[in-house]
Unconditional design. Structure first.
Length: 349
């Protein structure tokens, strides 16, 4: 008998369980993100806005055999913001599949949303996974547009050797002439690490950044504070002129597995004053890239969104790359109406 209840473990157990199962299931087939203990501690377990209501575990005789985690969040839905969650990491141990555990986890998550008045879960589901097939069969799930990436490669030879995909290796080889490492020469004048006193101005920048979005993660001041600074896990740089914050870049480091490990600098957020020249936006991004390299990053990635102008990314040496994932919404009730033409902002989780 399998019982679904609030997850009882910590960030370390969550990381070991999820990464272990994903490696057993997909390790020889596709590149996988390593969701380490530090990441889960930041995003879920030490996040002051998260409780265990949306962190579910499936237990058989006291042993963890499945999990489904979601973070409570404000979701931009058309012209309004609603209570919802950002969900991911739905996982069932291979030896316990085909026993209805995924359905139990999904139903329990749906029930908890209804009890708390949450409208939907926003998720990023990778193509070719069991999760995509599973959610495609659930009546309350909606698959929307695909998610593309912006990519900048710092160590091309390492990334080519690491990749499992011949298509990816060909892309990296053919685009070599288009990527330069001019970011190494960018001046750091006026650019510094984020400080808590910057929060009100950074919040104003994020609100301006979100104007084109009609579906996606909507930040509150409290959630933004945790996103921008927590125990050196996220790194945030700001450009300041005469006491005014003109822009911010927020990122963190993670590892991915394919043919070995690859260190990636993942940009979660870029936000700028509307009047800030493109050259200064680029300089701030380049300084953040310098920091990624100093931390050992071999490439950098960012989800494409309506918040980030392609001209900035292209002129900064980034290239568009297929993401291999789809935006997925899990609706609490059938009357939740999604935008006809979604303009999505979310994070790569």
């Amino acid at each position: 008998m399998v019982e679904v209840r609030s997850f009882e473990g910590d960030a370390k157990e969550a990381s070991q369980f999820l990464n272990g199962i994903w490696q057993r299931t997909y390790g020889a087939k596709m590149a996988l993100t390593v969701w380490d203990e530090r990441f889960f501690d930041w995003l879920l377990f030490s996040n002051p806005l998260v409780d265990r209501d949306y962190m579910l575990g499936a237990y058989s005789k006291g042993k963890l055999v499945g999990a489904f985690f979601a973070e409570p969040a404000k979701i931009q839905l058309g012209q309004r913001q609603v209570d919802g969650t950002y969900g991911s990491w739905a996982t069932v141990a291979p030896e316990h599949r085909r026993q209805g555990i995924g359905v139990k986890l999904s139903d329990a998550m749906l029930s908890r949303h209804r009890e708390r008045g949450a409208a939907l879960t926003l998720a990023c589901v990778a193509d070719g996974t069991l999760g995509q097939a599973f959610w495609g069969q659930r009546s309350h799930a909606r698959h929307l547009n695909g998610l593309g990436l912006w990519l900048h490669v710092f160590d091309r030879q390492k990334v080519v050797r690491w990749s499992l995909s011949a298509t990816e290796r060909a892309f990296l080889t053919l685009t070599r002439p288009f990527q330069r490492h001019r970011f190494q020469e960018a001046s750091t004048e006026g650019i510094r690490a984020y400080e808590p006193r910057d929060l009100p101005q950074c919040m104003a920048l994020v609100q301006q950044m979100m104007r084109p979005v009609n579906l996606g993660y909507a930040y509150t001041t409290e959630r933004l504070a945790h996103q921008l600074q927590y125990r050196q896990t996220p790194r945030t740089f700001v450009l300041e002129r005469e006491g005014v914050i003109q822009g911010l870049v927020n990122s963190y480091m993670l590892q991915m597995t394919a043919r070995g490990l690859l260190s990636v600098g993942l940009v979660d957020m870029l936000a700028f004053q509307a009047a800030l020249p493109l050259s200064e936006q680029r300089r701030l991004l380049w300084v953040a890239m310098q920091d990624m390299v100093a931390q050992g990053a071999e490439c950098a990635a960012m989800l494409r969104s309506p918040c980030t102008p392609p001209s900035l990314m292209l002129r900064s040496g980034w290239l568009p790359f297929p993401g291999g994932s789809r935006v997925t919404c899990l609706l609490t009730t059938p009357d939740v109406e999604l935008p006809a033409s979604p303009r999505v902002f979310m994070h790569l989780r």
